[in-house]
Design a protein around this ligand. Structure first.
Ligand SMILES: [Zn+2]
Length: 662
């Protein structure tokens, strides 16, 4: 999701302000000589370790996780095969669905009950929610529920049956599901697609973005057993992996795009559309697959039977399937070079699509395919090759804001050039986190939004040279931290006191903290660890400890102090230069750490002969609670200036005292 969809837009005002990053001249790095000032009382004194995590420790003991951050030798996760059918009536906005789920129990536990999400019940009368929700919608109407071949009745009594509590459905199975076994679940249901104003999707009468439209297995994992937190609208999702076969029935002339690959193009697309799509597969530019003039049955789509077409899609190893449809869409396509995605030693490409209404050209949607291509190619290099068949940007109801789905984004509203690029690259960034690296977005929003906000900044820097998105994140975090009300990152996404505190903890602060981590580790080590985290947890369910431990494993450093400071606390960083004085043939630089956050102090001492020395006071200097350290350097050649963190990697609340002379 994009932070601006619910955060105040003013937070990102000034997006185009460019901040020059001062570099430090080369020169010999000398080890600093430091002495602690005696008797300083310590604001940061006390434990610098992170709080014990019993569930994680238990998983390490059982061998499903490790203390090095890699999945353990006994790591397991569940799997589901979905066969889903739906017919949408765009006039009544009703969706009729039916499906069969085959749930594979790969855990070592015997399951007597299973849980599913009925996320659409966010719209049920009386549903609890913490975001605005259109009131005139209903929840999911289930007309058939069966498990292991036996039809089930709703009942709150113990014994075989099912019950629905808000967005969570519990099924008490007819027969216990043993480890290694599987169980089929059958459903038939109806729902009404919510109007514009619904979070993350819905319909505006012209475009339908269909999300959370089927009963979806909840995650049963090695850390929490069933994770069945309610969907309240704000905090996002935790989804398991599976394969999907989907058949969607729509009126002819309505273009459909979905997570997964289209399996029957000859049945649903015209010969003209197919030919243009083929050419887009190796085009260097953007191919206009469906133009204004093409938008009729027989020209864009094929002609249907009885005025209807059935679109068949297949998606492998995804967390979810969503889809979109409109009779007004234009369709642009091209391709992206993603590197060797399937490991056969050859370069692969992914299809790039954009579906949008003609008037959205005013919001630069005719550039959308180009933006998507750059984003997919950039992240494929920066993180790991994009493995899915396509990446598709969809113009949806304005309340989509920016929202990610596997292989798809839903983007609503009006945008300028940089704005559309930013929201596009942000949502595409989510293909890596959390679509490919399947963390729990609900309990740890920063693992999803924070990593993506950081990655977005990297893509923007590559596409719009000179735009410093990292600085914007830093300013948003520091501005909020200054005004009070900040809450720690390690908090459930539905338990923030305000949207502002959620936005900062989910997006801006973690993105800023990752820049600081890159500064601590150096870019090469940071990138290596970041990629390794993705590689280790591809299609798996990492927890925060797995990310922390991977960074420590790859860098060979104990970073508990860093995680504690930035993820578990709301401590602020305030380093500065107190005094500079001559002592014989030396110069004594007294640096302070006034905030509670502990970080290394990185000093650059520039001399009149043009030389610049980089000195670092390690973070451990502050563990005991000292506030001041003296750094002694040679007095000659004469020192021209001293600066702390000239790269501005660290989010210091007051930069004015970091330069000498002031
Ligand atoms: Zn996001």
């Amino acid at each position: 999701m994009d932070s601006r969809t619910s955060c105040s837009r003013s937070v990102l005002a000034g997006l185009l302000i460019v901040t020059a990053i001062s570099g430090c001249s080369g020169g010999r790095a000398a080890p600093p000589v430091t002495t602690a000032s005696p008797g300083a009382a310590g604001p940061a004194s006390g434990s610098m370790v992170i709080p014990a995590n019993e569930a994680f420790q238990r998983a390490v003991t059982r061998g499903t996780r490790t203390s090095t951050g890699a999945p353990g030798p006994r790591y397991w996760q569940q799997w589901t095969d979905y066969r889903l059918e739906a017919e949408l009536n765009p006039i009544s906005k009703r969706l009729m669905g039916q499906g069969t789920l085959t749930y594979f129990n790969r855990s070592p536990d015997t399951l007597r009950e299973v849980y599913l999400h009925l996320l659409h019940n966010l719209f049920a009368p009386g549903a609890r929610h913490n975001t605005d929700v259109p009131w005139s919608v209903e929840g999911v109407e289930l007309s058939r529920v069966a498990a292991q071949g036996q039809e089930l009745k709703p009942t709150e009594e113990e014994g075989v049956g099912y019950e629905v509590d808000g967005t969570v459905m519990r099924i008490r199975l007819p027969r216990a599901l043993a480890p290694g076994g599987s169980a089929t679940l059958d459903f038939r249901w109806m729902l009404r697609v919510p109007p514009d104003g619904a979070p993350r999707g819905g319909q505006d009468g012209e475009t339908f973005f269909i999300n959370y439209w089927y009963p979806q297995m909840a995650v049963y994992d090695d850390l929490n057993d069933w994770q069945i937190d309610q969907y309240l609208g704000n905090a996002e999702f935790y989804m398991g992996y599976g394969n999907y076969d989907v058949a969607l029935t729509l009126p002819e002339g309505w273009l459909v795009t979905s997570t997964g690959s289209l399996k029957n193009p000859t049945e649903v697309l015209s010969a003209q559309t197919r030919a243009r799509l083929d050419s887009a597969g190796h085009a260097t530019g953007i191919v206009r697959v469906v133009t204004e003039a093409d938008r009729t049955a027989g020209t864009s789509t094929a002609r249907g039977t009885g005025g209807k077409l059935v679109w068949r899609f297949r998606a492998d190893t995804v967390r979810d399937v969503s889809w979109a449809t409109s009779s007004r869409y234009l369709w642009d396509a091209t391709n992206a070079a993603v590197g060797d995605a399937n490991g056969d030693g050859r370069a692969d490409t992914a299809a790039i699509n954009s579906f949008y209404r003609p008037e959205l050209r005013a919001s630069h949607w005719n550039e959308s395919a180009r933006y998507s291509r750059h984003s997919v190619e950039f992240f494929s290099r920066y993180l790991m090759p994009y493995p899915y068949a396509h990446m598709t940007a969809v113009d949806g109801p304005s309340s989509c804001g920016g929202m990610e789905y596997p292989m798809m984004t839903c983007i609503g509203g009006q945008w300028d050039t940089l704005g559309l690029y930013e929201v596009t690259t942000h949502e595409i960034g989510h293909m890596w986190f959390p679509k490919l690296v399947g963390s729990d977005e609900k309990r740890f929003a920063w693992m999803d939004e924070g990593l993506t906000q950081f990655n977005q900044s990297q893509a923007i820097a590559d596409f719009f040279k000179g735009v410093d998105d990292e600085e914007i994140n830093r300013r948003n975090y520091l501005g909020f931290a200054e005004s009070g009300g900040e809450v720690e990152l390690m908090r459930h996404g539905d338990r923030y006191p305000t949207y502002g505190s959620y936005g900062v903890a989910a997006y801006y602060k973690p993105a800023t903290v990752l820049v600081a981590l890159r500064g601590v580790l150096g870019e090469e080590t940071y990138n290596k660890a970041f990629k390794e985290y993705g590689r280790r947890w591809l299609y798996k369910h990492p927890s925060p400890s797995d990310l922390f431990n991977t960074f420590e494993d790859v860098s060979g450093r104990d970073l508990d102090w860093f995680w504690r400071t930035w993820f578990y606390e709301t401590w602020r960083l305030d380093q500065g230069i107190d005094t500079v004085s001559t002592a014989g043939d030396s110069l004594d630089i007294v640096v302070h750490n006034e905030g509670r956050a502990v970080m290394p102090v990185r000093l650059v001492v520039s001399r009149t002969d043009g030389r610049a020395d980089s000195l670092t006071v390690p973070a451990s200097a502050w563990f005991g609670g000292e506030r001041r350290r003296t750094v002694r350097v040679a007095a000659l050649p004469a020192v021209k200036s001293i600066e702390i963190d000239p790269e501005r990697d660290f989010p210091d609340v007051d930069r004015s005292n970091q330069v000498w002379p002031r």
